[in-house]
Design a protein around this ligand. Structure first.
Ligand code: UTP
Length: 291
């Protein structure tokens, strides 16, 4: 497998779980403390040595790349006020990767969104997919862990997460064969199965490294659950022909596409930040004691 330097980040979904807020602000721009979730995911990609990011965007949600552009008036004001720490936080948004966009004309599913980015990839180029609904506090970064496995075994690899049985119907779920402590061979995948039909408790938490061949399966797959083109369905067909690895990521994952997961992520990030950790710990104890 060639070296992976391109990542697709699809952000063209409707974000219905956060309505009505997502009428005004796309959920990828909801802040985790003071940074949009999208920025954190782009930072993960960059620190995993991704050089080119393809954002799949919606025509209904405005141009997200404006956020990454320099804002000379803001920078002038921060300089005048000598607010240098804020100035450097604004500078840090300028990405060291090239960010390009492609429009998904209708929200026809994650698989459809990924297929929309196909013309922007080079012939035969393998690529990564990161979903900004899933955030990882992990060292090395989650995507780096997958890329290292994929480079070592010369095979595509997807992240796995063990979830409680009652949660399997929220995820793509994998039937697996264990190869070693954290590495599995993916045998079969099913999107949002009922508890009684789930082949395991191994869910797909939004990080994938795949070869270009996946597009052959994405073009063939028919609308599945919810009438959408499901990436999981295409991966299931792909895994029948291409050896596909699953990896239990070291680190803590947050589902920020869900209200509780979003709050939990904010709390976890605030607890590890020196300026907020101690104060928040104190406030949370008081809040829980009053319950
Ligand atoms: P979700 O399944 O979480 O859908 O998409 P959603 O529409 O964003 O959110 P809810 O469930 O309605 O609240 C997973 C990822 O795939 C993108 C989303 O933007 C999100 O990053 N996506 C989904 C697309 O880009 N296009 C689609 O058609 C569907």
């Amino acid at each position: 497998m060639q070296n992976v330097t391109t990542a697709i980040i699809p952000i063209a979904g409707l974000g219905t779980r956060f309505l009505p807020a997502t009428k005004a602000i796309p959920k990828e721009f909801f802040p985790i403390l003071d940074k949009p979730a999208l920025q954190l995911v782009i930072e993960e990609a960059i620190s995993s040595e991704i050089k080119r990011i393809l954002l799949v965007i919606s025509p209904l949600k405005g141009d997200p790349t404006l956020y990454f552009n320099p804002d000379s008036e803001l920078e002038k004001q921060l300089t005048l006020k000598n607010q240098l720490h804020l100035l450097s936080s604004v500078h840090a948004i300028r990405s060291s990767a090239k960010i390009e966009t492609v429009v998904q004309t209708k929200p026809a599913g994650l698989g459809h969104a990924i297929l929309t980015a196909a013309p922007l990839l080079k012939k035969e180029e393998p690529f990564a997919v990161l979903l900004p609904d899933d955030l990882y506090l992990a060292d090395p970064p989650c995507l780096r862990q997958l890329l290292d496995l994929s480079a070592k075994r010369k095979l595509p690899a997807i992240a796995l997460l063990e979830v409680p049985p009652q949660e399997v119907s929220k995820y793509g779920i994998a039937q697996v064969n264990q190869l070693n402590k954290r590495t599995y061979r993916i045998e079969r995948l099913v999107e949002k199965p009922k508890i009684s039909e789930a082949p395991s408790h191994f869910a797909l938490p939004g990080r994938y490294v795949v070869t270009h061949e996946i597009f052959r399966f994405l073009r063939k797959v028919r609308p599945g659950r919810g009438g959408e083109i499901q990436f999981t369905d295409a991966l299931n067909e792909y895994a029948k022909e291409v050896p596909l690895l699953g990896y239990l990521i070291h680190g803590r994952r947050f589902d920020v596409g869900d209200i509780c997961g979003y709050i939990e992520a904010n709390v976890a990030y605030a607890l590890i930040r020196p300026e907020t950790g101690e104060q928040l710990r104190h406030n949370l104890r008081a809040l829980l004691a009053d319950e």
